[in-house]
Design a protein around this ligand. Sequence first.
Ligand SMILES: NC(=O)c1ccc[n+]([C@@H]2O[C@H](COP(=O)([O-])OP(=O)(O)OC[C@H]3O[C@@H](n4cnc5c(N)ncnc54)[C@H](OP(=O)(O)O)[C@@H]3O)[C@@H](O)[C@H]2O)c1
Length: 331
Amino acid sequence: MRAVGFRANGGTEVLELLEVPEPVPGPGQIAVRVAFAGVNFAEIQHRRGEFGVPDGPGGLDVPGLEISGTVTALGEGVAGPEAGEPVAAYLPAFGGYAQVVVADTRFVRSLRTDAGEVDLDQAAGLPCVFPTAYGVLRDAGRLRGGETVLVHAAAGGVGSAAVQLARGLGAGQVFGTVGSAGKIPYAAQLGYDEVFVRDGFAERVAEATGGRGVDLVLDPVGGPVREQSLSVLAPFGRVVAYGDLGRHGEWTASVRDLWKGNRTIAGFNIGDLARRRPERIGDYLSQALRLLAAGRIRANVTEILPLADAAKAHELLETGTGRGKILLTPA
Ligand SMILES: NC(=O)c1ccc[n+]([C@@H]2O[C@H](COP(=O)([O-])OP(=O)(O)OC[C@H]3O[C@@H](n4cnc5c(N)ncnc54)[C@H](OP(=O)(O)O)[C@@H]3O)[C@@H](O)[C@H]2O)c1
């Protein structure tokens, strides 16, 4: 089968389109013929080496955290989903940029939901992004009805999902920030009350909330943005850290400032959840597919590229020029 992978960490030039052996499902796994693979910022981090050197079979790592496709084979002890069934899968150990993947059934859900069947192209960008948005808003962020939310990187994959889920979970006002003014029109149509350019966002938030501040900030950017996010919190407000897009590395907050200011910093990581609460990811995926089938959320797919163009997809995300969800198709 064809797959895109890398044997050394580096820029997009390390991505190669290759013929590799088709994987065989083991106990608790199924094989899926991939229709579409979602592209995530984490795959850029994987390629750059932020998760370590390639250690897959033959020294080749195949990136890709989420896919949709059709079940082709079941491993030992697996009762379902049946061969031929359309599914979406989160792949914590990567492998999605390929014609066939093996997936752990705990992270696989059928596209045939009780609210209707979800299309393969709409489902592919859900399995990593929606559990992340749910976990950040509800579990780490403890969002309550009527609260005000600020979403950084508002037009990206997780950001596009987060604004819709925040509404579904009963948030009051939802604000977003983007890196440049050119992205505001795209982000605004996702359902934000207002979208600000990230540079200078603290003043804009103060104006928009009459000086009250926000209850919850979703922050995958880090560094100065994380520090300023703490300053825009209303009493008992939370900043959820879940990425380091700005590559600022470690940043330390003063615990004294936190308790003196009734502020909280929380964290979210889907990889840790996959190891320690795998059932929660499956639950979130089921919920997201039902909401999509019922027309209550949109997948925001903006581009579908052939697998061979994986480097182009990475460039779009890495330069911050991408909007919404980009998919690859091995067809
Ligand atoms: N902790 C977890 O479990 C978890 C799970 C999934 C994703 N994440 C994290 O969530 C973040 C978003 O992921 P995603 O897949 O939604 O990414 P995405 O679709 O590529 O969106 C990322 C957005 O971030 C913004 N950005 C800000 N600083 C940037 C920089 N220095 N370089 C590139 N983009 C920058 C860009 O928008 P602007 O132009 O508007 O700034 C870009 O559109 C990433 O940090 C990822 O690692 C974490």
